[in-house]
Design a protein around this ligand. Structure first.
Ligand SMILES: Nc1ncnc2c1ncn2[C@@H]1O[C@H](COP(=O)(O)OP(=O)(O)OP(=O)(O)O)[C@@H](O)[C@H]1O
Length: 335
């Protein structure tokens, strides 16, 4: 979403503007803008490779080696940031007991003595619903279920008493029942601790449950941001509309599943205009001849599209009645 931020709170807990990240292959994330307030959950959604994880890692100050911030601003106002990763098995050291994993940040960052750190670790584990914390503390990660491992990871993220919690696909590796339990837990913690939460998922159904607002990423850019309910009901960018139509649970149960034709651009940084134009049924030549402006709809809904009204009107119709019209300008529309 070019250089404008989403304008949520007067003093947001996190404000990102104009963020570009580059790697050995060139620009991977371009001009990302988002913000979130205390106690608010922003869902970050988009297909694989759209730049969600790199954006979150940039906010956490944990960019992987070889990736650098090429432009933009990340402002967390000096607040403490915790992070929960997708795969707890990879995030937890397999050679450490849970007690040792939990102890380290408490000793290193809070200067607690070993015994006090261990007591605090047990309290944190109980806080995230681990009932037999004493037993779990003695286990190695491989001895625990996926849900329990994720609870441990959340407890470890809380050890630094974060005001901002970044969750990168925290439930993707879990079965649906455990997923629901972990989502409830995160919701409770957010309310109790007034956490500003950034929640990454490719699953719109999950995003619709947890987030107040949604930012949609495509090919390294934020292309639409707004209140969750509004984005799900009336998307104004064709990519968001396609994503919704292709989601079995967030889409329309009365319609057959739909797939957006084509693939994301290989070198998105070289595209002057809209990066989705090649796959967009509403695309016209103007979409690719100049940078796309950010259009505001109401107070808090922003979209990078020159035909947002047409997309919104199209989404209101079933696919066969023009909800996803064929576009002769879009070479890969039927691929
Ligand atoms: N460590 C890295 N080195 C080089 N390129 C990377 C690295 N990490 C990510 N990328 C590239 O940056 C782009 C964005 O990746 P990112 O992991 O942020 O996407 P994502 O939206 O989180 O995808 P997923 O949903 O699959 O996790 C991709 O093209 C990816 O290949």
């Amino acid at each position: 979403m070019t250089t404008e931020t989403t304008g949520k709170a007067a003093s947001p807990a996190v404000a990102v503007s104009g963020l570009s990240l580059s790697g050995p292959q060139g620009l991977l994330v371009t001009d990302v803008a988002l913000d979130l307030g205390a106690g608010e959950c922003l869902g970050l959604v988009g297909e694989s490779g759209s730049g969600k994880t790199l954006t979150v890692r940039a906010i956490a100050g944990l960019l992987p080696p070889g990736i650098t911030q090429a432009a933009g601003r990340i402002d967390t106002g000096g607040r403490r940031v915790g992070m929960v990763f997708q795969d707890p098995m990879r995030a937890l050291n397999p050679t450490f007991t849970i007690r040792r994993t939990m102890r380290e940040p408490l000793v290193q960052h809070h200067g607690l003595a070993r015994k006090a750190a261990d007591r605090q670790a047990l309290d944190l584990m109980r806080d995230v619903g681990i009932k037999d914390a004493e037993r779990v503390a003695k286990c190695y990660p491989h001895q625990l279920s996926g849900g329990l491992r994720q609870r441990v990871l959340i407890a470890a993220a809380l050890a630094c008493e974060p005001q901002i919690l970044l969750c990168d696909e925290p439930t993707t590796a879990l079965d649906v029942t455990t997923q629901a339990i972990i989502l409830d837990l995160l919701h409770r913690l957010r309310q109790e601790r007034q956490l500003a939460m950034l929640f990454v998922s490719h699953d719109l159904a999950v995003i619709s449950k947890v987030s107040d607002r949604v930012a949609v990423m495509y090919a390294g850019q934020t292309i639409e941001t707004g209140p969750t309910e509004e984005i799900l009901r009336s998307p104004r960018h064709a990519y968001t509309a396609g994503l919704l139509r292709s989601s079995p649970s967030a889409g329309r149960p009365d319609e057959p599943l739909f797939a957006i034709g084509g693939i994301p651009p290989q070198r998105p940084g070289e595209i002057v205009g809209c990066r989705f134009a090649e796959r967009c049924p509403w695309a016209v030549p103007e979409c690719t001849s100049a940078p796309v402006p950010v259009v505001r709809h109401g107070d808090r809904h922003l979209v990078s599209c020159i035909r947002p009204e047409d997309v919104a009107a199209g989404f209101a119709r079933p696919v066969e009645q023009g909800g996803w019209p064929p576009n002769p300008e879009a070479p890969h529309a039927d691929a």
